[in-house]
Design a protein around this ligand. Structure first.
Ligand code: GAR
Length: 321
C-alpha cells in the first residue's frame, strides 16, 4: 500500500472527534496517520490525550493576535509537522480566506447539523426549536464561506421527546465519532478508489463533443460518433490484463510514441495486452499525484484521432492559427 496521508487535527475543546480519528488511525490499514494535534486554547482537553498518545501537539491562544497572524502560526505548525491534510474537529474559529484557499481540497470539517441546514452556532437549539424530527452531522470540505463546502458524508440522528441542546449534542457526537474517521479515510484514499476514478474520467470523457459510454468486455468505454459508426477513444480498466493498476487506455500516434512513453516513464505508461499492438497506451490512474489536466489532454487527443472529420475539421483549422 502507498504511504499514508498525514493529517493535522485542529481542536478547541474536548476533542472527542479528535480521539475518534486517532483511534481509527490505530487500526491496521487506516489510510491516514495523525501527525499533529493543534489548538487555539492551551487548556483544550484533547491536547493531554494527544500527548499521552505520543502525537506532537501545538497550542497558541488567539487572544491579542490578528486572525491572519494566528492562522499563519497554526499553518506553520501544520507544515512543520509535514501534514498534507487539515482536519478541523470542533475548531471554533473562523479561518482567513488565504489560509482556506491554500488548503483548498485538503481541509475538512465536521459540523453538527444536516447541512445545508443550521450552519454556524447553536445548531442543536435551532433544530429543536424548529420542531425537526432529526438533527445530525455532516463532514464537508472547507471553503471560504462558512459551512458551505461540498458535503462528503452525513448521518441523521433523531430528536427524541424531552431533548435539550445538550442531550442532542451528546447523541450527535456518537454519530460523529463513527462518521468522521470513515469520511476522512475515504477522502484521503479516493485517488485509488475505482468508483471515484471512473466518475472523474467519465465527467471528462463525456464533456467532449458527441460522446457516449458503452461497456466493452466488462470495462467502461467511451465512444465518439453515432451508435453504429461511432468509435472508442478511451477505456477505463480496473485490472488491465497483465497489470495490477487502475488505468486509462487511449490511442497514441503509433508504436514509436508508445515505446518512447514507456521508456521515459515506466511507472505511468505501459503497453496494454491486445490494444497495445495497435498503438494504444495504458496510463496508470491510481497515483496520489495524478494530474487530471494531463488526462484531459490525452482524452482530447485520442478523441480527435477517431472522431468523424466533420467534428475535427474546425479544430484543425483553429490549430493553424
Ligand atoms: C462537535 O460536535 C463538532 O461537530 C462541533 O463541535 C463539537 C466538538 O466536539 N463543531 C462545530 O460546531 C463547528 N462549527 P469535540 O471537541 O468533542 O470533538
Amino acid at each position: 500500500m502507498a504511504d499514508k496521508a498525514r493529517i493535522a487535527i485542529l481542536i478547541s475543546g474536548a476533542g472527542t472527534n479528535m480521539a475518534a480519528l486517532v483511534y481509527a488511525s490505530r487500526i491496521a490499514d487506516c489510510p491516514y496517520e495523525v501527525v499533529l494535534v493543534a489548538a487555539n486554547d492551551p487548556a483544550a482537553g484533547g491536547l493531554a490525550l494527544a500527548q499521552a498518545e505520543g502525537i506532537p501537539t501545538f497550542a497558541l491562544p488567539h487572544k491579542g493576535m490578528t486572525r491572519e497572524a494566528h492562522d499563519a502560526a497554526m499553518e506553520a505548525a501544520v507544515l512543520a509537522a509535514g501534514a498534507d491534510h487539515i482536519v478541523l474537529a470542533g475548531y471554533m474559529r473562523i479561518l482567513s480566506d488565504g489560509f482556506v484557499q491554500r488548503w483548498a481540497g485538503r481541509m475538512l470539517n465536521i459540523h453538527p447539523s444536516l447541512l445545508p441546514l443550521y450552519k454556524g452556532l447553536d445548531t442543536h437549539a435551532r433544530a429543536i426549536a424548529a420542531g425537526e424530527s432529526h438533527g445530525g452531522t455532516s463532514v464537508h470540505l472547507v471553503t471560504p464561506e462558512l459551512d458551505a463546502g461540498e458535503v462528503l458524508a452525513q448521518i441523521a440522528v433523531p430528536i427524541v421527546p424531552g431533548d435539550t441542546p445538550a442531550t442532542l449534542a451528546e447523541r450527535v457526537k456518537h454519530a460523529e465519532h463513527q462518521l468522521y474517521p470513515r469520511a476522512v479515510a475515504d477522502y484521503v484514499s479516493r485517488w485509488r478508489n475505482p468508483s471515484w476514478l471512473l466518475a472523474q474520467l467519465r465527467a471528462r470523457a463525456l464533456a467532449l463533443p458527441e460522446t457516449s459510454e458503452q461497456k466493452s468486455f466488462g470495462s467502461a468505454g467511451f465512444r465518439v460518433g453515432g451508435s453504429k459508426s461511432g468509435k472508442y477513444f478511451a477505456y477505463f480498466s480496473e485490472r488491465p490484463h497483465g497489470h495490477e493498476r487502475i488505468a486509462l487506455l487511449v490511442k497514441t500516434s503509433g508504436m514509436d510514441e508508445l515505446h518512447a512513453l514507456i521508456e521515459d516513464q515506466p511507472d505511468i505508461y505501459f503497453k496494454p495486452a491486445f490494444y497495445g499492438a495497435s498503438g494504444w497506451v495504458g496510463i496508470v490512474l491510481d497515483r496520489p499525484d495524478l494530474d487530471w489536466g494531463d488526462i484531459e489532454t490525452w482524452l482530447q487527443r485520442s478523441w480527435r484521432s477517431v472522431a468523424p472529420k466533420r467534428l475535427t475539421r474546425l479544430m484543425n483549422i483553429a490549430d493553424q492559427f
